[in-house]
Write a protein that binds this ligand. Structure first.
Ligand SMILES: [Zn+2]
Length: 253
């Protein structure tokens, strides 16, 4: 009789634990609404066709576009962008075009059939120069992009003489300037050698995606440049840190 009652007790305990475990699962982890990710093709049907990833949180918020691989010999940008496309966001939309100039990235050359970063409109009613630039430009308009970060790399740490290594170059308006300063300050906190710190510049070069988006569409746009001196892993870390600072300050991460 004693044996039977202890067996019964044990059964009850096991049953209770099972019930508690399942109810815990049901109530402790209300399923967070997952982002949806849609892939579209830029320059579809051409030799430049390249995927663009649109991550939608399902909640209202900013539309941020991150671009890498405009220049194919600047690997930190497209390597970082490929990571950013997998990031979860809390609100808004995150659009990532990791290999804007896929042909140049494949060849590891700066350009392919002309410099993509000079092909964007240089006048209010102008169109972009090439099929690839036109497709990227129409995506910026179609998705009503609020913020645009174009990931590049410079050569050396020079301060905009021959190169723009380790810098952020923004199209000036006060909101963009505040963000640009915050990104550069956050990066520089981790860099002790003064000539290696990031500099802040205004006015991305004419014909660049950031310049055209800032000037003609009112997008908060900037080019972010790492220097080719540190290891690729360090440069990728700088690029992702800049993107993360942008998204965090917008409340998206
Ligand atoms: Zn570049």
């Amino acid at each position: 009789m004693k044996k039977v009652s202890s067996l019964l007790k044990r059964c009850c305990i096991v049953f209770l634990i099972t019930v508690l475990a399942f109810s815990g699962l049901a109530f402790a982890a209300p399923s967070a609404q997952a982002d949806t990710v849609k892939t579209v093709t830029i320059a579809s049907g051409t030799i430049y066709a390249t995927p663009m990833y649109i991550r939608d949180s399902g909640k209202p918020g900013p539309v941020v576009m991150i671009v890498g691989g405009v220049h194919g010999n600047e690997p930190a940008g497209y390597t970082a962008a490929a990571q950013v496309k997998n990031w979860d966001i809390k609100k808004g939309k995150l659009i990532v075009l990791p290999k804007a100039n896929k042909k140049a990235v494949e060849r590891r050359t700066r350009t392919y059939n002309g410099d993509l970063n000079r092909d964007f409109p240089q006048g209010k009613n102008q169109s972009a120069d090439t099929a690839l630039a036109r497709s990227i430009w129409s995506a910026v308009k179609k998705y009503d992009v609020d913020w645009l970060m174009d990931m590049h790399e410079g050569y050396g740490y020079c301060k905009r003489t021959k190169s723009v290594g380790q810098s952020l170059i923004y199209y000036p308006n006060s909101t963009t300037q505040t963000m640009a300063k915050a990104i550069v300050n956050n990066l520089n906190k981790g860099i002790s050698t003064s000539y290696k710190k990031f500099s802040l510049f205004k006015y991305p070069v004419k014909g660049s995606l950031a310049r055209a988006a800032g000037q003609y569409l009112g997008v908060h746009a900037f080019i972010f440049e790492t220097c080719d001196d540190p290891a690729l892993s360090t440069r990728v870390k700088y690029q992702t840190k800049a993107a993360n600072t942008l998204l965090s300050r917008l409340g998206m991460r």
